[in-house]
Design a protein around this ligand. Structure first.
Ligand SMILES: NC(=O)c1ccc[n+]([C@@H]2O[C@H](COP(=O)([O-])OP(=O)(O)OC[C@H]3O[C@@H](n4cnc5c(N)ncnc54)[C@H](OP(=O)(O)O)[C@@H]3O)[C@@H](O)[C@H]2O)c1
Length: 386
């Protein structure tokens, strides 16, 4: 086989492994999505696998089980380095070598410091040939929350806003249901089902009384960690978001020294009240809150407003990605809340810039997405599909 054919075949198998990895979307956190395919010594696919959910077998183990003896002398295509440590499941790299795999083609090194090249070293020490980097761009992109949360020791943060053509997210009286159409709302519930946690400001709770759950169509959404930024415990004890969802309590993040009586009321209603040191303006310190969430293995936090909360995340440089639904409606009231309600901005140079922008139509609305921080996948070269 010539080099061009060999490269084409490698890419084809890796693309298939990436598609397998995507089957775990929304279910693997705090682990990444991973796909694997074993091609036997005759060049035929012998085993496939993907990581279905945290605690379930890793992709390569699933593929090895299916391949059985046909793994011997075969090639393993894997979207992420095999692990080298005992986690919820035993380490995979030694199992790959023991099964007799002769060559591993991996998309990218695992950023987890317990792995970070050690998986490859175990394979090489056992005489397995290792090639790294094929379609790395795509492998990192699909797991951007995992990569960023490990690098930054905080969750990856997406800001989501639904606004009118003139950038308003509600009327002056607080009516925001519904600015966007049904298709956008369904899309947003699919997206919620892929993150770990969702956050809003207390004004949104007071005005909208949201449930903050993921309700994807036709199936049960996963229980999210719900967070309300509420410095002085103004959340009403009857708020719909307070009862725990399948055992997961809503976190009311307040500032230290808040009224213990109010805290007890909210705890009695099922919430978990956490008191954090004050940040800028005496409000909840976002850095401290993200630390707390990182400690609970939250990889991806979705911030769903309102405008003041979006502004706070932007001011502190803690927003990675933005997702703006723009509906063909003009609210046209200067007193209506804006999608981002921050302080003064003196020049356009100071305005946060959005890069790597995409746009699409969702029903009658436009969805514009982009990045506020440099995307982790942008450092990996994009390779063309076959
Ligand atoms: N269309 C949409 O996508 C959408 C989404 C969400 C909300 N909304 C609408 O937006 C409106 C509410 O937006 P809003 O801007 O007035 O309020 P908000 O962003 O929902 O809540 C802001 C409040 O959060 C509390 N907070 C605690 N820690 C904070 C921190 N570090 N940074 C910022 N705020 C912190 C503050 O109250 P304390 O000082 O008391 O803590 C602050 O006043 C509602 O009318 C709602 O319907 C629309």
């Amino acid at each position: 086989m010539n080099t061009a054919d060999r490269n084409r075949r490698n890419r084809k198998w890796m693309q298939e492994a990436l598609s397998l990895a995507a089957l775990g979307a929304g279910r693997t956190s705090p682990n990444p999505m991973v796909g694997a395919i074993i091609v036997d010594a005759e060049g035929e696919p012998a085993g496939r696998g993907w990581h279905e959910r945290a605690g379930a077998p890793h992709a390569e183990v699933m593929a090895l089980r299916e391949a059985g003896e046909r793994a011997r002398g075969g090639t393993l295509y894997l979207t992420l380095e095999p692990c080298a440590h005992q986690g919820r499941t035993p380490p995979c790299a030694p199992a790959v070598a023991e099964a007799g795999i002769s060559r591993v083609v991996a998309a990218v090194e695992d950023p987890d410091p317990r792995v970070a090249g050690n998986g490859f070293e175990i394979l090489k020490a056992a005489g397995v040939s290792v090639e790294v980097g094929l379609l790395a761009h795509r492998a990192v992109r699909m797991n951007e929350a995992f990569f960023v949360s490990i690098r930054e020791s905080r969750p990856f943060v997406t800001l989501k806003m639904a606004m009118s053509l003139d950038g308003r997210i509600a009327t002056r009286g607080g009516q925001s249901r519904w600015i966007t159409g049904e298709a956008s709302r369904a899309w947003a519930h699919e997206f919620r089902d892929r993150v770990d946690a969702i956050l809003v400001g207390v004004e949104t709770v007071l005005k909208d009384d949201p449930l903050l759950t993921a309700r994807p169509e036709g199936r049960e959404g996963k229980p999210l960690i719900r967070i309300v930024l509420d410095s002085r415990l103004r959340t009403p004890k009857g708020a719909r978001t307070l009862p725990p969802d399948r055992g997961v309590a809503t976190i009311i993040a307040a500032v230290e020294g808040s009224d213990p009586e109010k805290a007890r009321e909210l705890t009695d209603a099922g919430a978990e009240v956490v008191m954090l040191g004050p940040g800028p303006n005496g409000r909840v310190a976002l850095g401290a809150l993200l630390n707390l969430l990182a400690g609970r293995e939250v990889r991806h936090l979705l911030v769903e407003g309102g405008g003041r909360v979006h502004a706070a995340f932007l001011d502190e440089g803690l927003a990675d990605r933005v997702m703006a639904f723009i509906a063909p409606m003009i609210i046209g009231d200067s007193q209506a809340p804006g999608a981002v309600s921050g302080g003064e901005l003196h020049s356009l140079e100071e305005a946060p810039k959005v890069s790597h922008v995409t746009h699409e139509l969702i029903g009658g609305d436009i969805l514009i997405q982009g990045y506020l921080n440099h995307p982790v996948w942008a450092d990996f070269e994009e390779s063309p599909d076959v």
